[in-house]
Design a protein around this ligand. Structure first.
Ligand SMILES: C[S@@+](CC[C@H](N)C(=O)[O-])C[C@H]1O[C@@H](n2cnc3c(N)ncnc32)[C@H](O)[C@@H]1O
Length: 467
């Protein structure tokens, strides 16, 4: 009989559910009382120590050389996850985190480490990924700057609890819950100073529950706020308009589900950033949903380094895969390449790339849409291949290059590959494929694009011997 309108009786947990529960969370009172010394850092920035039985402990915010006792918050068969209960000494690299939310907010992992120590750690991580994959690297160049207010884009979650409390911020560490914030020390100042007023505005809205999240973008000369709104609320639209006027913002909302409609409530978006290539200054326009690197200064320096490595590219035929709105495509053209073809999966970004090429007078640029996980382009006659894939990497393409090289089809294999990656695991997997086929990594760089987090951007130049 159907239990309409009645509570279902509790069912027995499955064996899997029982196992997960028994693994579960131990509270601090169960914690180990041994003093352990932290040996090194895991790739995600947690300290690693071993207890008397040899079991590995991953410890939040513990640094190499520190003696600690632990509060274990999760046990597994081969390792435990823990945080520090007591610390006997402080590593030289320890600093006071600049943000009061560090530790609870999931946005940053490394604020307790000095910036140069963060960078040394990330260079080491990149090197370890290379070693693990058998890739031979030259010395890894670190690239970073001291400006840690770097994020020009952010997505802020908004939730109203059943008790009517507003939560406004990023997800907590290892949790789905939002950590309520009024400031963020890695946002560029024009975005950070908006957080407290935005929070106040949302509290005053008629229907804050209709709001999903906010996307903030600091473009040159313009700050754009896009509100994810489940259902339009006209009185709230007026409040957003007044807020936009007061703070000089462009505000839009994406309303509804299926289809979601983007409606501009105040101002007209005209987002763009500048990029210098030699004596040329490019202006790249983008829409709020398009990919752009979050750290503008490091993006510029990464491109400077790339063209320093590449030397004179005039007359070269270049293909830029995963091209976005043309960040590297236009840079290669401005540096003198004779033909540059960009391929990108989003038609909107392909169109934007072509608008950008035309606006910057770069007639040698072409672009088309393709899903590069399925359709591989012909590289016949290409001198330089630029790869800048998402986290999955570019395995199918690298496999195809390796097959062509093994089969002696050298005209289809570029002399040089410039590979930029946000995931060192897939980067080194792909680099190994290219290395086995005859490429050599001649330059390697770790760009600290995401300061205070364990993420790193890397760039390799791979070259094969002249035919
Ligand atoms: C890391 S971004 C790089 C964008 C650009 N190179 C830049 O520097 O701004 C990766 C790009 O790959 C695109 N992309 C993701 N998956 C793709 C696929 N399967 N085929 C083609 N493009 C894809 C994304 O839309 C995004 O623009």
């Amino acid at each position: 009989m159907a239990l309409l309108g009645q509570k279902r009786p509790a069912r027995k947990p499955t064996r899997r559910e029982k196992e997960v529960a028994s693994r579960g969370t131990r509270n601090a009172s169960d914690a180990d009382s041994q003093w352990l010394t932290v040996d090194r850092l895991a790739h995600d920035g947690r300290g690693i120590a071993h207890d008397e039985s040899g079991k590995t402990q991953f410890i939040d915010q513990a640094l190499p050389g520190e003696r600690v006792t632990l509060a274990i918050h999760r046990t597994h068969k081969r390792f435990n996850e823990a945080h520090v209960r007591a610390r006997d000494n402080a590593a030289d690299s320890r600093v006071t985190p600049p943000c009061a939310y560090f530790g609870s907010c999931g946005g940053c992992d490394l604020q307790h480490m000095a910036l140069d120590a963060q960078r040394t750690h990330k260079v080491q991580v990149l090197g370890e990924h290379a070693t693990r994959n058998g890739v031979t690297l030259p010395e890894i160049q670190p690239l970073g700057d001291d400006e840690s207010r770097y994020r020009r884009r952010a997505r802020i979650g908004v939730r109203v609890t059943d008790a009517g409390e507003l939560q406004f911020g990023f997800r907590g560490r290892g949790s789905n819950q939002l950590v309520d914030i009024t400031t963020c020390s890695v946002l560029v100042p024009e975005l950070d100073r908006l957080l407290a007023p935005l929070r106040e505005l949302i509290e005053s809205l008629e229907a804050p529950k209709r709001l999903g999240h906010l996307e903030l973008t600091a473009a040159e000369g313009q700050v754009i706020v896009v509100v994810r709104q489940l259902k339009a609320v006209p009185r709230d639209a007026q409040r957003w308009q007044a807020f936009a006027e007061q703070h000089g913002l462009v505000v839009g909302w994406r309303v509804g589900r299926d289809p979601v409609v983007l409606e501009w409530l105040s101002g007209t978006p005209n987002a763009a950033y500048s990029l210098s290539v030699g004596a040329t200054t490019l202006r790249l326009a983008f829409s709020p949903g398009d990919f752009v690197q979050v750290n503008a200064a490091l993006n510029q320096r990464l491109i400077d380094t790339a063209f320093e490595w590449l030397g004179d590219v005039s007359g070269l035929k270049v293909m830029d895969l995963y091209a976005g709105v043309g960040n590297l495509t236009l840079a290669a053209a401005a540096a003198g390449a004779s033909e540059v073809a960009g391929i990108e999966g989003s038609q909107g970004m392909v169109d934007q790339l072509m608008v950008n090429a035309e606006a910057n007078g770069l007639a040698q640029v072409s672009a088309r849409r393709a899903d590069l996980s399925k359709a591989l382009p012909s590289l016949e006659g290409i001198d330089l291949l630029v790869l800048d894939p998402p986290r999955d990497g570019a395995q199918p393409l690298c496999e195809e290059l390796a097959r062509d090289l093994h089969a002696g089809r050298v005209s289809r294999v570029p002399q040089r590959v410039l590979y930029i990656a946000c995931d060192p695991t897939t980067l080194m997997r792909d680099a190994r494929l290219l290395q086995d086929a005859g490429y050599r990594v001649t330059r390697a760089l770790m760009a600290d694009m995401f300061v205070h987090t364990a993420h790193l951007e890397s760039m390799l130049l791979l070259e094969r011997a002249e035919d």
